[in-house]
Design a binder for this molecule. Structure first.
Ligand code: HDD
Length: 756
């Protein structure tokens, strides 16, 4: 059995079990009234912690290891206690003067429990509030050693990491598949201190100067009067801002492209966005841009699918990441760098490297892999880890320095400052998930939530009372020494350089690099978002911006809005496309892809069994869909049903197969007679929910297959058997074989009507 098969099997099995266990309680104690539920009565030794419960290995500010003990604090002792360790005999009943009498103020357990509950929430992140994270390892290839002395990028080095993915605009409870930028923040717990790469899945940013960050976020967040819309950019204030600040045009175009609706966190690229400065052991410097390249390729949802998922499974991306890791299908990315000579101009091929609205096309500067990231462990506790993790672009290690990108400068302030509100004080570095793995010996003292017990009496330097400790390191003993960059003589101004004023040639390059179907999606996205705006002036201004990018784009969007196309105020820039920007036209691994197999008691159940095995063998996840839950009896044994017609919806699947005649799920969905009663004689050929499943899968460009009479269901759904990506065959095995080839391309792109 391949590891893929085992892992995919596990996903399939965990997905179907959602039963709840018996409720806790302590029989024999006063007030216990639930004899129908069997309870554990004898205190027992705790179970050994699960592999994922040990938390990161951390070192406290005083150098003492603490992580594992810390993580085992709850749910592991025999007796329930108060926060002070006193054992409790009842946690379900307030202390009362008689069973029907008033609750007594002296109930210290009630007060402690409710007091703590009242303060369980902390302020959500002002941006990137909605996120999901995982632990992993970063294995360096050593290929960056010539340009940086950073130890974690040296040869044969493995570094623990914690990665948090996020959306930008929505609140903590918002849906995952909204059209938005995604955060991709990585904490490397290196031997030289923590390095945070706080990036996004889009390589450019809306603004060129951090001073505008509050403004762009105010514009993107819900309107201040009604607080709507949630987690959307399709509203007036957002479009007002991005059309008035045309530096936002490039980022906005990426958002309107398929990159704005990723299929999975596992299938996104990541970017450090800014240009950083690397320094090697000899002190030589190189300018660099960081990239994360997903092993599974870059894939997206289609817009209708994304919208449906927000209702059907708002946790779609979070669930996908956790399920894949739980099943052992560990997501992987290569860290890669584009390098540029560190010249005084800080430009490359005419592209200003300090302008964060610019990319450097991969064709001009190759993206060179320097290591492999593998996410292999889910957090044990969402709050303790994913919520409390604090990233900061200023968490740097020797060998990696910053540049004068004015967007980066403001970030260097913001990420520290925001933690004081969010995490309640300046000691957030002591929270287990934030603790460096390198020994910490700072002279920071006291403050809210100080959990370390510093020793010594002289937290200042130099001192004679603590033996002069701590000592200062030098460059040769691992100190972080800033690159002594020369700052040219200048006059103090509030101005951007002239080179920051080209806002249109880079978005035009992106547009020209897209395949026809990707362009169609971009047109659709602009038409949708601007169509949601109320102000005519904003729509007209947006068309002026689009005219500067491309006349075809402007005309198509204008047609959708019912407005005249704008005339460009200047001719579109003369730029070469960058084919690397397109997501279409390549073949990728299909690990973890989800295949829905629709069947029923009358279906080809032995065929289903064979196909299931083959799907698992290929490292994909088969989910059997039948009219009702439970099991189906096939000649070769029982088949477990994982989804019913009531719980299955096309968005969960990358491909759908129909094994024989699936039959009706329920009379409620059949035809009715004049009195509204089920009309047994005139059943439709297929359950309408199966028809919906198939028609959606068809519309969203997914591979579809059928055999042994499953063609009837295709017909009932209006899916032509001879359409591209639809496979009808004699047996499940032959259908699956043809289908597997289609999945590597992610979608059946020919099925999208282009220019229609
Ligand atoms: Fe930011 C969070 C990425 C510009 C201010 N940002 C945050 C997160 C990511 C990014 C991924 C979530 C981190 C996590 O998971 O905890 N931000 C970016 C990128 C930017 C960027 C790629 C541009 C290249 N950010 C930016 C600017 C400012 C901020 C210009 C302020 C001037 N960002 C913040 C913040 C946040 C944050 C307010 C909110 C929560 C936090 O930091 O810890 O400080």
């Amino acid at each position: 059995t391949s590891p893929h098969k085992r892992s995919a099997d596990k996903i399939a099995n965990t997905l179907q079990s959602n039963g709840a266990g018996p409720q806790d309680g302590i029989p024999g104690k006063p007030g216990f009234k639930s004899p129908s539920v069997s309870e554990p009565t004898e205190p027992q030794e705790p179970l050994p912690p699960k592999a994922d419960q040990t938390g990161p290995d951390t070192v406290s500010p005083t150098g003492q290891p603490t992580g594992a003990d810390q993580a085992r604090m709850a749910q592991s002792g025999a007796y329930l206690t108060t926060a002070q360790g006193a054992r409790l005999y009842d946690t379900d009943h307030s202390l009362k003067a008689g069973p029907r009498g008033p609750v007594l103020l002296q109930d210290h357990h009630l007060r402690e429990k409710v007091m703590h509950f009242d303060h369980e929430r902390i302020p959500e992140r002002v941006v990137h509030a909605r996120g999901a994270a995982a632990h992993g390892v970063f294995q360096s290839y050593g290929t960056a050693a010539s340009v940086t002395k950073a130890a974690f990028l040296g040869p044969d080095t493995e570094t623990p990491v914690f990665v948090r993915f996020s959306t930008v605009l929505g609140s903590r409870g918002s849906a995952d598949t909204v059209r938005d930028t995604r955060g991709f923040a990585t904490k490397f717990y290196t031997s030289e201190g923590t390095f945070d790469l706080v990036g996004n899945n889009i390589p450019v940013f809306f603004i060129q100067d951090a001073i505008k960050f509050p403004d762009v976020i105010h514009a993107g967040k819900p309107h201040p009067d009604r607080e709507i819309p949630q987690a959307q950019s399709a509203h007036d204030t957002f479009w007002d801002f991005v059309t008035l600040h045309t530096e936002a045009t490039h980022h906005t175009m990426w958002n309107m492209s398929d990159r704005g609706i990723p299929r999975s966190f596992r299938m996104m690229e990541g970017f450090g966005v800014h240009t950083f400065r690397l320094v090697n052991a000899d002190g030589a410097t190189t300018l660099v841009k960081f990239h994360w390249k997903p092993k599974l390729g870059v894939h997206s949802l289609v817009w209708e699918e994304a919208q449906l998922i927000n209702g059907i499974d708002p946790d779609f991306h979070r669930r996908d990441l956790a399920d894949a890791i739980e099943a052992g299908a560990y997501p992987q990315w290569e860290l890669a760098i584009q390098t540029f000579p560190d010249t005084p101009e800080q430009t490359f091929e005419g592209i200003d490297l300090l302008d964060p609205t610019n990319i450097v096309p991969e064709e001009l500067a190759p993206v060179q892999p320097v290591g492999l990231l593998t996410l292999n462990r889910n957090p044990s506790n969402f709050f303790a880890e994913t919520e409390q993790v604090a990233f900061h672009v200023g968490h740097l290690v020797p060998g990696i320095d910053i540049t004068d990108d004015p967007l980066l400068a403001g970030r260097l302030f913001s990420y520290l400052d925001t933690q004081i509100t969010r995490l309640g004080g300046p000691n957030f570095a002591q929270i287990p998930i934030n603790r460096p793995h390198a020994p910490v010996n700072d002279m920071l003292r006291d403050g809210m939530h100080q959990t370390a017990v510093p020793r010594g009496v002289a937290p200042y330097r130099p001192n004679s009372l603590d033996g002069g400790c701590p000592f200062q390191a030098g460059a040769d003993t691992g100190a972080y020494v800033e690159v002594p960059v020369r700052i040219p003589e200048a006059t103090k101004v509030r101005e951007a350089p002239e080179s920051f004023s080209d806002h249109f040639s880079q978005p035009r390059r992106f547009w020209l690099s897209m395949s026809p179907v990707e362009r169609e999606h971009i047109i659709g996205a602009y038409t949708f978002e601007l169509g949601k705006c109320y102000e005519q002036a904003i729509k007209e201004r947006a068309l002026l911006v689009l005219a500067r990018i491309d006349s075809e784009l402007c005309e198509q969007v204008a047609a959708g809005l019912g407005l005249p196309a704008a005339d460009p105020t200047a001719p579109p820039a003369d730029v070469e496309p960058s084919p690397a920007l397109s997501q279409v036209g390549r073949t990728w691994p299909t690990d973890g892809r989800v295949i829905g197999i629709v069947t029923g008691p009358e279906g080809d159940l032995d065929g289903v069994r064979t196909v299931r095995e083959a799907v698992l063998e290929a490292g994909m996840v088969p989910l059997v869909i039948a009219p009702t839950g439970g099991t189906l009896s096939a000649a070769q044994g029982e088949l477990t049903v994982q989804r019913t017609y009531a719980t299955a919806r096309s968005v969960e699947f990358d491909a759908v197969l129909v094994a024989g005649n699936p039959g009706m799920g329920s009379d409620a969905y059949g035809a009715r007679d004049a009195k509204g009663k089920p009309a047994a004689t005139s059943q439709p050929a297929s359950d309408p929910r199966v028809a919906l499943l198939l028609s959606e899968a068809f519309r969203h460009g997914k591979a579809i297959g059928a055999w042994s009479g499953g063609e009837g269901a295709l017909e009932a759904a209006g899916v032509p058997a001879d359409a591209p990506g639809v496979v009808v065959g004699d047996s499940g095995a032959t259908v699956l074989e043809q289908l597997a080839g289609l999945l590597g391309a992610h979608r059946v792109w020919e099925r999208f009507t282009v220019g229609g």
